[in-house]
Design a protein around this ligand. Structure first.
Ligand code: FAD
Length: 417
């Protein structure tokens, strides 16, 4: 089934009876060429590109809950390519290019909206850092505009410019940045993978990884043993637990990140705005809710919910920056489990076990990475070689210290970035 304006019109006029399910519900086969553990954004995009780019179709995605029930359906939907360090710059740039063609590629409306992102700065030092980052972005071929205070005020007249602690001096504007509807991204990739023959198996928890003579041979699951020549661990916040099934200890800590949404309001926030000094960022969903968040909760946890002190901290910062949101009613808050790496940059790599691959360390920024992560993970699993935009995402950088990418300059403490 293909989506088109004509199809929507026809279904609208005939009682919407012609829509087919987006994907099948197959029973697991005893054996696959490759198995992906984790049906989040990265697992689904890996499966999609394995099938589409590399012709591997005898593959399965094993998801312990339902597709898109993890972080991919819990994030605040920001998509951007505003990284400053070699390694990250080219990867996120590639990802944004994939985003720009994603709806056509998937034949699916992921509501990608390039409404622009503005990172505010409040001091000479943070202006210099923003200018450096802007130069790095432009050198990479992405867009960046340094705005002064009046420039920001023209775009965001509703901010409080003269707050005592963090008066606004300007902003780094990334016009091609924006948002996309998170769960539609999971559904679009799932549908595209299924159409190419990938088995998407829900309610199938991986409980063990079978290894013989240093080579992966399959997985144990809540639905039985499944043999596979290649296995990809793509489980975000559960990476440490799943890697432990293969006897590995990853340099990952799992932390909770919360998000919040208000009642629906008329359009008032046209961009994504980040207030790094205060730990607050915001955008407005297409339904009208103000979607916002802040920093991670400050302790490691597997609970998919956050604590009240962090909620208070985020809301205080929000009201400081945008007093008008004090009038909006908060509808919901929720949390997701972040796979925090020591340098804040991800890992897409082989492991010492033949045929076993790992994709993790996305921290709180892995939604925008979904297309490129799947693209590069699929390349690695199919060819055995890292893709050219992901060569630096090596696991051994944490062992050797070579090639660390401390994007935010916060050092090796997981909860500080
Ligand atoms: C509140 C919040 C806000 C965020 N905001 C942004 C943002 O604005 N922009 C951005 O770029 N990123 C953001 N992120 C980060 C982004 O959502 C994550 O980095 C990304 O979604 C992680 O990859 P994923 O989609 O594959 O993870 P997930 O969706 O979590 O997928 C992992 C899957 O693995 C499954 N799994 C785990 N263990 C097993 C097992 N043993 N067997 C089978 N399956 C298993 C889980 O059930 C889960 O479905 C945010 C995250 C949160 C929580």
């Amino acid at each position: 089934m293909r989506f088109s304006a004509l199809k929507i019109l026809k279904e609208g006029l005939t009682g919407n009876r012609g829509w087919a399910p987006h994907w099948r519900d197959p029973a697991p086969k005893p054996e696959y060429d490759a198995v992906i553990i984790g049906g989040g954004g990265h697992g689904l995009s890996t499966a999609y590109y394995l099938a589409k780019n590399h012709g591997m179709t005898n593959i399965a995605v094993l998801e312990k809950g339902y597709l898109g029930g993890g972080n991919v359906g819990r994030n605040t939907t920001i998509v951007r390519a505003n990284y400053g360090l070699p390694g990250n710059s080219e990867f996120y740039s590639h990802s944004l290019e994939l985003w720009e063609g994603l709806e056509q590629d998937l034949n699916y409306n992921v509501m990608h909206s390039q409404r622009g992102i503005i990172n505010l700065f409040h001091s000479d030092g943070s202006r210099d850092a923003a200018a450096r980052r802007a130069n790095a972005m432009v050198n990479q071929g992405d867009d960046a505009i340094l705005l002064d205070r009046d420039g920001v005020r023209k775009l965001l007249p509703y901010l409080n410019y003269d707050q005592e602690r963090f008066p606004i001096r300007g902003g780094l504007y990334h016009p091609r940045g924006g948002t996309a509807r998170h769960d539609a991204v999971a559904w679009g990739y799932a549908r595209g993978a299924d159409q190419r023959g990938v088995d998407l198996i829900q309610n199938c928890e991986v409980t063990g990884i079978d290894i013989e003579a240093g080579k992966v041979v399959g997985v144990q699951t809540s639905r039985g043993v499944i043999k596979a020549r290649k296995v990809g661990m793509v489980v975000a916040g559960r990476s440490g637990q799943v890697a432990a099934m293969a006897g590995m200890r990853l340099p990952i800590e799992s932390h909770v990140l919360q998000a919040f949404v208000t009642e629906g309001l008329k359009p008032c926030v046209d961009h994504v705005v980040t207030f790094g000094m205060g730990h607050f960022y915001i955008s407005q969903s297409d339904k009208g809710g103000l979607v916002f968040g802040g920093d991670i909760d400050f302790y490691a946890s597997y609970a998919q919910r956050g604590n009240l002190p962090t909620a208070e901290h985020v809301i205080e910062a929000g009201v400081t920056l945008m007093p008008m949101i004090g009038k909006a009613k908060l509808l919901r808050s929720w949390g997701g489990i972040m796979d925090m790496s020591p340098d804040g940059s991800p890992i897409i790599d082989r492991t010492d076990i033949d045929g076993l691959f790992v994709n993790t360390g996305w921290c709180y920024g892995g939604f925008k990475a979904v297309p490129a992560s799947g693209w590069c993970m699929a390349h690695l699993m199919a060819t055995g070689q890292p893709h050219e935009v992901a060569t630096r995402y090596r696991l051994d950088r944490f062992e050797t210290g070579r090639g660390l990418m401390d994007e935010e300059g916060t050092g090796a403490q997981h909860n500080l970035h």
